[in-house]
Design a binder for this molecule. Structure first.
Ligand code: 1GP
Length: 245
């Protein structure tokens, strides 16, 4: 089954949780161990990517190690066209819709497209929208982050993604954000679009995950909590439970 099909099928019954692993933050072997723990706790897919320091070698080694440890899709969350990997099941073929730079809107994609087509990795097209504070990805991606009190701007970008024919929309507060995407923005976007909505950035506690889902997130992404938590069972475990309940 294709990865998008797997997601859409699961979404008929429940909300999804995805675990983000940054290949620059630990060894490939440790990445495999983290992914295995998250998998056993019920995460639905592993995303691999980061804003800085991600090389092709790190991507390849990390993805191969994760693939050995889990039986769920491994999806590239790309930094640039220079660090992709044929070992993943799918790639978010994404455009940072509120970037000021054509590099992140379409040029990286222009460079990556021939490789993706040739490799046979499944592309899942996604409109990526960075919300304040945006953190590192906002800086690196030269975003004009959506102000937290301007949900209508997020709605406009999300609808544009849908009208472009994209498969998914991702509202991103940035990895390690002090506060997740505001619930009012999640619900405003969700009420206007018909494609699934991913929300991530700054979600560290079960009540934050619960509120995101209640506001309309179809899929919740957590990354930092997996890197930092000593006791993944009680932190990530509770978040996944909150997403599913
Ligand atoms: C980043 O949304 C993801 O792209 C995850 O953010 O690291 O804050 O969980 P955190």
């Amino acid at each position: 089954m294709k990865v998008l099909e797997y997601m859409l099928k699961k979404l008929e019954k429940e909300r999804l949780h995805m675990t983000l692993i940054d290949p620059d933050k630990q060894s490939a072997e440790d990445a495999g161990k983290l992914a295995e723990k998250a998998y056993k706790l019920g995460t639905d897919a592993i995303m691999v990517g980061g804003s800085t320091g991600v090389t092709q070698k790190k991507m390849d080694e990390t993805i191969l190690s994760i693939k050995k440890s889990v039986d769920i899709p491994v999806i590239i969350f790309p930094t640039s066209a220079a660090a992709l990997s044929v070992h993943a099941d799918a790639i978010y073929f994404m455009s940072l819709l509120n970037s000021r730079s054509p590099v992140f809107l379409i040029r990286q994609q222009m460079m990556a497209a021939p490789y993706i087509k040739k490799s046979g990795i499944e592309p899942i097209s996604m409109g990526y929208i960075v919300v304040e504070p945006g953190m590192k990805v906002g800086e690196v991606g030269m975003a004009d982050p959506i102000p937290r009190d301007k949900p209508e701007m997020a709605v406009g970008y999300a609808l544009a993604a849908e009208l472009f024919g994209m498969n998914l929309v991702y509202l991103e507060a940035g990895s390690g954000a002090p506060e997740p995407v505001p619930e009012s923005m999640i619900s405003a976007v969700k009420s206007e679009i018909d494609i699934p909505l991913i929300v991530g950035g700054g979600i560290r506690k079960k009540d934050q995950a619960q509120r995101a889902v209640k506001a309309g997130a179809d899929m919740v992404v957590t990354g930092t909590i997996v890197e930092e938590a000593e006791d993944l069972e009680s932190t990530l475990g509770e978040i996944i439970e909150a997403v599913k309940s």
